[in-house]
Write a protein that binds this ligand. Sequence first.
Ligand code: FDP
Length: 315
Amino acid sequence: MVSAERGQTKFQINLRRYLRESGVDRDLTRIICEIANASKYIINAIRTGDLGVAGTSNLYGEQQLALDVLSDRIITKRLVHSGVVANIASEEVADVTPVTYPTNGRYSVAFDPLDGSSLVDVNLAVGTIVSIYEGDDLLQPGRNQVAALYVLYGPRTTMVVSTGNGVHEFAMNLLMEFDLVQENLKLEGPARVYAPGGTRTKYSSGTEKFVQHLENNGTKLRYSGGFVPDINHVLVKRGGVFMYPHLSDLPNGKLRVLYELNPMAYLIEQAGGAASTGRGRILDLQPEKIDDRAPVFIGSKSEIEQLEQFIAEED
Ligand code: FDP
């Protein structure tokens, strides 16, 4: 078994080899490597592409950027090309897309091709989020995922992935391939940072009490406005909390269960953390529609437990 810690890798171990030597199924490896391939084109588009609007809107009525549409096409094409995918759900597309040829797809994939795309014009980090299930059913609880990953397009392009055996970080090299940076990321320290989404005046009293608790304990505010970089911050610093809570005018918060919450909850749980709606585990939610939303509190386990207690007592 190969191993690495940040800054201590003696030789380069690439993503494909890492997955193969970790015993990950060949078809699942194929899907993850197709996403890695797609990310080369997406990072190029982010760096040099058109920042304008596409003239269309997604199923949430949000205006689509040319980059959203392009990223969606790049990933969909690679997934279809993989030959092992049955159904695809993209945050940018209204319905599930069945892959009719070839017909022997063993996995289904839900993804947000370019999360936080409204940050591209201000030149902040954005990401791709991917959730993978066995079979063709995408409307099942997130605990059934067989893999999840995100690609973060920041000063460096990194991928954080789990196939159910820990969480591992890879970085894109000069040849645009992903090399292992560190394996088995764990949320083991105290919550150093917190990232609170939404407007604080609209928080419930349980959420407000939680924020005060974090601040009283010296937890520092770190909110970039991008779900992927904010979660990456919590993971790589090995402790912290991200939240996009229920608000007085948005009882289900903002983030989508299929495309955003399930894959991040899977990764954070794999790293020893927890992800809750405030009243229960995100990965136990039974989605009814592909565009379901839920409030989310995610990160260091002891803090998420504390939050659930505040919500139970106050809300
Ligand atoms: P965006 O609308 O820019 O795509 O999921 C969408 C998302 O960004 C997340 O990346 C981010 O965490 C959140 O919305 C930010 O929302 P607010 O602007 O309401 O804070």
